[in-house]
Design a protein around this ligand. Structure first.
Ligand code: NAD
Length: 382
């Protein structure tokens, strides 16, 4: 298949592009490099040193003989996107290219507006581009489990059957997102639902959980292929952030009581889920939703797991329950369906001490790169 990976220079996109290329697909990347610019804006960095995208794809071609074409540009520039679609005529368009940090979207008015403009406008352009130039192309869009929030009933995969006043219908599952970033994903989901209905576009929304790990078989082939790894308060996500904190002797920063429960998955499962979605496309006009996570943990549980492994590795670690900078429930019911990807063949890589240990040992090699001022939370929801 010809597959475009938009956001292919990012944490999920880069290993996905390599994996799809290795599987024999003809892959190209769209990215505007804004994630690297945001590192400069926040005076932050990836824990792992990362090569330029040009160096990355050149090394991949040298090692495997496989070309990954690069289109450096912005999805919000329709003239640019249109030319790429006309050139590539993709069978699938994998859309990772959004501003993905909840704290970044909550910094101030400008960052909220940027997040929603970038994400919603970019996705609208992709929808129009597919309609106008490649109507059969399958949109594989990264959503988030955070779209659902934490309702007091089980979370279904996109849709719920409701009986009301004696009548029944299957309706989109209610969305109660917890940041302006998560709201941008909900707006995207609504726009995609509508475009599928009116234009017959085929789309899969992957409501992804929090991704941990950094390596895949492909990124480990050479240091130039190394994936980025975020640890700062704005882009670092639970588990990866805790592992890095334990490696530098910092307290593990659990926000509030730590009972916040979320879905998680290994980066090795992210790349496989994208392959599964691509190989099993949605029908024309279908807006399909998969919940893309493999296990549920509370933030407090994860901190305990990391503390145990760090101690076994000889690093004394303290868990610190900070005042919660976010507005969220800290103890709540959480139970979410995630059977559709497994029914299509996903075999999850589950989290155990050895997985944490492997990430920990990689992190130790780069711990001198950590900018310590960036570890404590600085963005407040209020
Ligand atoms: P990332 O920030 O590392 O990568 C996103 C990439 O998209 C970056 O390389 C950035 O430069 C690019 N980009 C952003 N806006 C663009 C635009 N307008 N035009 C072109 N390129 C643009 O993020 P990630 O962690 O790889 O996440 C990828 C996707 O997966 C996001 O949509 C995110 O919301 C979703 N997701 C991620 C996680 C996670 O834990 N990392 C969890 C759930 C969902």
């Amino acid at each position: 298949m010809n597959i475009i990976v938009a956001g292919g220079d990012g944490f999920c996109g880069w290993p996905t592009a390599l994996y799809l290329s290795k599987q024999g697909h003809d892959v190209s990347i769209i990215d505007n490099m804004v994630r690297r610019d945001i590192d400069n804006e926040l005076h932050s960095n990836s824990l792992t040193p990362i090569a330029t995208l040009g160096e990355r794809v050149a090394k991949w071609e040298e090692l495997t003989g496989r070309e990954i074409r690069v289109y450096e540009g912005d999805l919000t520039h329709y003239d640019f996107l249109r030319e790429v679609l006309k050139q590539e005529k993709p069978d699938a368009f994998v859309h990772f290219a959004e501003q993905r940090s909840a704290p970044y979207s909550m910094i101030d008015r400008e960052h909220t507006v940027y997040t929603q403009t970038n994400n919603v406008e970019g996705t609208l352009n992709v929808l129009y581009g597919i309609k106008e130039f490649v109507p059969d192309c399958h949109l594989i869009k990264l959503g988030t489990m955070g779209e659902y929030g934490t309702p007091n009933i089980p979370i279904e995969e996109g849709y719920i059957e409701i009986e009301h006043k004696g009548r029944k219908d299957v309706l989109p599952y209610p969305k109660q997102p917890g940041s302006f970033y998560h709201l941008s994903k909900v707006h995207d989901s609504h726009n995609i639902t509508f475009a599928c209905k009116i234009w017959g576009i085929r789309a899969t929304d992957l409501n992804q959980g929090i991704v941990y790990g950094l390596d895949t078989d492909e990124t480990q082939m050479d240091p130039v292929l190394t994936n980025r790894l975020d640890y700062d308060d704005v882009f670092g996500t639970a588990l990866n952030r805790f592992i890095i904190q334990s490696a530098i002797g910092h307290d593990l920063t659990v926000y509030g009581k730590g009972g916040q429960t979320r879905g998680f998955l290994n980066i090795e499962d992210t790349v496989r889920c994208i392959e599964i979605a691509a190989e099993n496309p949605a029908d024309r006009g279908e807006f399909r939703v998969f919940n893309q996570f493999t296990e549920e943990f509370s933030v407090g549980e994860l901190a305990e797991k990391v503390k145990k492994v760090a101690q076994e590795e000889g690093y004394e670690t303290t868990i610190s329950n900070l005042d919660n900078p976010r507005v969220e429930q800290e103890e709540h019911f959480f139970q979410a369906e995630n059977t559709k990807l497994r029914d299509l063949g996903l075999e999850p890589h589950l989290l155990n001490d050895d997985v944490i240990r492997e990430i920990f040992r990689t992190v130790i090699n780069h711990k001198d790169r950590v900018i310590k001022e960036n570890v404590m939370p600085q963005v407040s929801w209020k």
